[in-house]
Design a protein around this ligand. Structure first.
Ligand code: SAM
Length: 286
């Protein structure tokens, strides 16, 4: 249980309360750092980071010289212990090379252990490539499933995609440029008929987002090999057209626990069929 209050809401300049501050940082455009992130980075005693050179450059850009401590989830228990002991008495920030820590980045073990020990944990929201990608893609954003990096080997990649085939949501993956066309080929083979989107170099100079069939995108990226960082998104399976005859069974199931108007609304939402027609049918079934 972590019952300690969020404690960075003090006057700027005041020392921060001890604890772990998870700080999201830009994924390309340095203007995307939040004011709260700068404030907290200014006031922590130390910044735990993946690569001290990369974070050092960000701090330098912000005019800061905080102590940097290298940390990743493969760090040995002793290194993690040292960090946990420090944050029990002082404010420590956790950043990754770019974006939101813990999202395909280190931090999960640290947060888990900090919480178990009653150390206050505060998370400062900010950029994450998955969120930028989904908002840009034009694919359904009401439900999405973030699944990190796809495996590099074809068989394992196909198995992961097959395991996600029935998920009624847009699938979001991180991908690297050299593997993009292979990943698209596996999507085409494993999840045929899906719309896909490739969001590249988000928030940077050459930002682009292309959508279409996997086959069309393979053709494009074969002619123009991609560079930079990539979010690959796969739209949900196209809705199977349901006839009124098929809908009758769904309606009967809904009517077992709902009144006709609610049953008709639920089946209309699930099938795309006309609600009024479904309501009329529901009245005859009731
Ligand atoms: N924690 C980060 C986040 O919140 O977005 C992600 C870190 S993960 C190690 C790095 C991967 O994120 C890249 O290989 C790429 O797939 C994706 N990524 C990061 N920055 C990106 C950008 N500017 N444009 C597109 N994808 C990006």
């Amino acid at each position: 249980m972590n019952q300690r209050p969020n404690t960075d809401q003090q006057e700027p300049g005041e020392a921060l309360s001890p604890g772990l501050y998870i700080v999201a940082t830009p994924i390309g455009n340095l203007g995307d750092i939040t004011m709260r992130a700068v404030d907290v980075l200014t006031r922590v005693s130390a910044v735990a980071c993946e690569d001290t050179r990369i974070t050092g450059r960000l701090l330098h850009h912000l005019g800061l010289k905080q102590r940097l401590i290298r940390y990743d989830d493969h760090a040995d228990a002793q290194a993690r212990e040292g960090l946990l002991a420090l944050m029990a008495g002082e404010a420590v920030a956790l950043v990754s090379d770019a974006g939101t820590p813990l999202i395909s980045d280190p931090g999960y073990r640290l947060v888990r252990e900090a919480r178990e020990r009653g150390i206050a944990v505060t998370s400062l929201p900010g950029p994450s490539a998955a969120i930028v990608g989904i908002t840009l893609s034009g694919l359904p954003s009401d439900r999405f499933l973030f699944a990190g990096f796809l495996p590099p080997k074809e068989k394992a990649r196909g198995d992961v995609l097959a395991s996600l085939a029935a998920v009624p949501a847009t699938l979001v993956f991180y991908e690297t440029a050299p593997r993009l066309t292979d990943a698209l080929a596996t999507v085409a083979a494993t999840l045929p008929g899906r719309e896909v989107a490739v969001a590249r170099e988000l928030t940077k100079l050459y930002e682009e987002c292309r959508s279409g069939t996997p086959e069309a995108l393979i053709a494009h990226y074969t002619d123009y090999p991609p560079r930079g960082e990539i979010v690959l998104m796969v739209g949900p399976a196209p809705a199977v057209e349901t006839s009124m005859d098929d809908a009758e069974g769904l309606l009967r199931a809904e009517l077992a626990h709902a009144k006709p108007s609610h049953a008709a609304a639920a089946v209309a939402k699930a099938t795309g069929l006309d609600r009024k027609a479904l309501y009329a049918l529901a009245l005859t079934l009731k």
